[in-house]
Design a protein around this ligand. Structure first.
Ligand SMILES: [Zn+2]
Length: 323
């Protein structure tokens, strides 16, 4: 008995995993999935309509030709068509997923992987965030591109976040944190996975552009969700807004996009034509993202720590403050 007890005691303990950060649940939105489902159903319906119309014209044409040509069994023809379409979908999907894997290989071959570099602050901080958010394995790469931008991709672990060197050059460390959490959100909430499969609908000949337009209603919501995770995790709305402004208008005039400029542009863009124009963009307009952050800050800030990391306590560790 004693031996059993001692054997139990010597069993290796499971490492302690801290609970998922509450920001993940706060920023999450079920409505995103509703909009996604509507986009997919609308795309499929459009394709079905076109397909049925083709069938109708085919049947009509067949009836016209029936007198002169022997028509093959229409049921067999339909089954054959369905199998043919299934094979095409499988091949295209395999091609899309292979290309995404090749993108990762291209980054591995050409970019700096932060994990294995001595770019220590980002490596250590991103490991901490990945733990807090219960992320799957994420690789952060830095590639030479002067445009301030970043993106995430992948449909299975490991996922990849690519930071342009322009972001490293022009954003402060804290602004860069906003960008990284935003990109992590795209992985955490499966946006990159969903996006990979939605390419099937976006690549349909002739209808892909219309499908893309309908699916981008979800894409824009996904962007706002990613902004919300950055807001709820970092708990500093001004910092998140600063970062977005830096990415959109560039480092030279970012500081000039002050409160009055923002309010004026919000006022000027508050009309249906502007909202209609936005439907042709994969991302919400900057003014809408800033507005969204203001609204969500008012909702969530009461749940944040009483000692909120302000701009003075969140040390700007980068020597040159370009923005
Ligand atoms: Zn994004």
């Amino acid at each position: 008995m004693n031996e059993q007890q001692s054997a139990q005691k010597t069993e290796p303990k499971q490492p302690y995993v801290p609970p998922e950060h509450k920001a993940v649940a706060q920023a999450h939105s079920q409505r995103d999935y509703v909009v996604l489902a509507i986009g997919i159903v609308a795309s499929m319906s459009l394709m079905a309509l076109v397909f049925m119309t083709s069938i109708a014209s085919f049947i009509y044409g067949a009836e016209m030709a029936e007198e002169s040509v022997v028509v093959s069994d229409p049921v067999a023809e339909l089954v054959g068509n369905v199998i043919g379409v299934g094979i095409i979908i499988a091949v295209v999907l395999a091609l899309i997923l292979t290309l995404i894997r090749m993108m990762r290989q291209q980054m591995l071959g050409n970019a700096l992987q932060v994990e294995y570099s001595d770019y220590a602050w980002l490596r250590e901080w991103s490991n901490q965030v990945a733990g807090d958010l219960h992320m799957p394995r994420v690789e952060i790469m830095v590639t030479q591109d002067p445009v301030i931008n970043a993106y995430a991709f992948g449909f299975a672990s490991p996922y990849t976040i690519v930071l342009h060197s322009g972001s490293i050059r022009w954003l402060t460390h804290n602004q860069l944190k906003v960008v990284v959490v935003h990109e992590m959100a795209h992985i955490k909430y499966h946006h990159t996975q969903i996006g990979a499969y939605l390419n099937l609908l976006r690549m349909v000949p002739a209808l892909g552009t219309i499908n893309g337009w309908m699916l981008d209603f979800w894409s824009r919501r996904a962007e706002l969700t990613a902004d919300r995770l950055a807001l709820c995790y970092l708990q500093d709305a001004e910092l998140v807004k600063e970062s977005l402004i830096g990415v959109h208008v560039g480092p030279d005039v970012a500081k000039s996009f002050n409160g009055i400029a923002r309010q004026w542009q919000v006022y000027m863009t508050n009309n249906y034509f502007n909202r209609f124009t936005q439907t042709f963009s994969s991302h919400p307009f900057l003014v809408r993202r800033l507005q969204h952050l203001d609204v969500k800050q008012a909702v969530f800030s009461s749940t944040w720590k009483s000692v909120k990391p302000s701009k003075s306590t969140v040390s700007h560790t980068k020597d040159e403050e370009n923005i």
